[in-house]
Ligand binder design. Sequence first.
Ligand code: SAM
Length: 220
Amino acid sequence: MSQISWTDVDNFFVDTLVEQDEALLAALENNKAAGLPAIDVPPNLGKMLHIFARMIGARRILEIGTLGGYSTLWLARALPADGLVVTLEYEPRHAEIARQNILRAGLADRVEIRIGAALDSLPALAAIAPFDLIFIDADKKNNPHYLEWAIKLSRKGTVIIGDNVVRSGRIADPAANDEHLQGLRHFLQLQAQDDRLTATAVQTVGAKGWDGFSLALVEK
Ligand code: SAM
């Protein structure tokens, strides 16, 4: 198998199963025009997040790492009218593009973007917690801290998803040891050790290469 086949299969799945309406497509176009990196979740994973949120009847969602709000749109669309996604973004420019995309999608009433380093924004979220689903997708070196906060801001039954835990296989290569890989390994180890969590991780291939996500359920 090769990147070409992975991309072909992703395209087939997206064409067959993942209808992206005007607002989702316009968000990706707007991100591109603004020069944002194309590191948003692929459409089939965006829809997977949407389905997860609906499966658990999520009403409050926390996202760490907004970029242009593409994953935020998928998550916000899973909510009832009185639901809320709080999404945390460090770069004001990314947050501004996300704001435009969310407004265009008619979801401004159920998305709150908080600008700043996530570790500075998280403590104030105790006032909104517990969150039903938490999607961690920012600077991977801080994932162990984000996990700690995610647990604090959760309840029994909360689902915690961590993106990009494979990094083209480098997660399992002892010779690869940058700060993000160190953070991700610690993040996964903490999920294994914490008796409040039941966790797994799944690798994926697709148009955006070889990667994967972790999935944890808060047990108590
Ligand atoms: N979830 C987005 C999507 O799928 O459309 C993609 C998020 S992108 C992978 C990661 C984002 O996290 C970037 O926009 C980056 O600026 C932001 N970020 C990086 N470090 C951060 C931090 N310390 N606090 C908050 N956001 C951060």
